[in-house]
Design a protein around this ligand. Structure first.
Ligand code: NAP
Length: 280
């Protein structure tokens, strides 16, 4: 069994991005990323701060915008319109989830597609399904980068994706399909889940259920990617995979923490650079 070290890969990618950004700056372009946080959710604050810090580390101009929880939808849409028109900003990210009184879909669609560094805009989602997307959702893109780094080619593999969210499961399905895997996508209504996971060569789990994928649900030598991040009452961070029992049975596995998580931020920075280069 080999550990897929997303932390180490993310550091390597950030070093490369730093060099590329230095070169781009010499051409007069400083990539700019705006991250908007509405409200005071502690987990979201942590994520936004991490994105802000990572941006600055690689030389991206980072604009962190914090809005109060009672911000109206109109005010948020106006903020996005201003950022769409701002030439110093190449990427716009609205931290999710948004407060309940705001229509998330409307907000995502308000972001200019070429600045949509989360890859959630319908235009970019459509492009992903046809295989022509430049801005791809960061977490599943991070998974593909990990596979590439360890020379794991999804071509011809039976892949099983657990979770069908727009952020993780669905784009993961499209990326694996585009890479030539035969993909089964499962969710909370799936019957006989174990039967599906047991025949998969590659399993990607993103469901938000601590240690749900157990050793008896996988076949010997399967490749296991754990997207889940769950904080137990004890304070311990665990994934959606029962790491201790699954690890000895599989060929490759991502740890939590230190697997997919750090790659998500690295891919956000990479998407910001792509957006900056596209715009010039
Ligand atoms: P989400 O929107 O809540 O979606 C969860 C998905 O899992 C849904 O499709 C749900 O099915 C499915 N599901 C729930 N219980 C299941 C079960 N017992 N068996 C099979 N499928 C089940 O969550 P998300 O935003 O995709 O996030 C998923 C996990 O990834 C969370 O732990 C989150 O913290 C983590 N995450 C990590 C990163 C990272 O950077 N590493 C980024 C994003 C998310 P239904 O559609 O039928 O409800």
């Amino acid at each position: 069994m080999q550990i897929l070290d997303g932390k180490a890969l993310s550091i390597k990618i950030k070093e490369k991005l730093k060099d590329e950004i230095t070169t781009l700056k010499k051409d007069g372009i400083t990539p700019g990323l705006a991250v908007i946080l509405v409200g005071e959710d502690p987990a979201s604050q942590t994520y936004v701060n991490a994105k802000d810090r990572a941006s600055q580390e690689v030389g991206i101009y980072s604009k962190k915008i914090t809005l109060p929880p009672d911000t109206t939808q109109e005010a948020l849409l106006q903020q996005i319109a201003d950022l769409n028109a701002d030439n110093s900003i190449h990427g716009i990210l609205v931290q999710l989830p948004l407060p309940k009184h705001i229509d998330t879909a409307k907000v995502i669609e308000a972001i200019a597609p070429h600045k949509d560094v989360d890859g959630f805009h319908e235009l970019n989602v459509g492009k992903l399904s046809t295989g022509s997307a430049k801005l791809i959702p960061c977490t599943p893109l991070g998974v593909m980068e990990i596979l590439k780094e360890y020379n794991i080619d999804p071509m011809g593999l039976d892949a099983c994706v657990l979770g069908r969210s727009n952020i993780v499961g669905k784009p993961m399905m499209n990326l694996l399909l585009n890479a030539g895997a035969t993909v089964t996508i499962c969710h909370s209504k799936t019957k006989n889940l174990k039967e599906k996971t047991s025949r998969a060569d590659l399993i990607v789990v993103g469901i938000g259920k601590p240690e749900m994928l157990q050793a008896d649900m996988i076949k010997e030598g399967a490749i296991i990617i754990d997207v889940g991040i769950n904080r137990l009452e004890s304070g311990k961070l665990v994934g959606d995979v029962a790491f201790t029992s699954v690890a000895p049975k599989c060929s490759y596995i991502t740890p939590v923490p230190g697997g997919v998580g750090p790659m998500t931020i690295a891919m956000l920075l990479q998407n910001t650079l792509i957006a900056a280069k596209n715009k010039g």
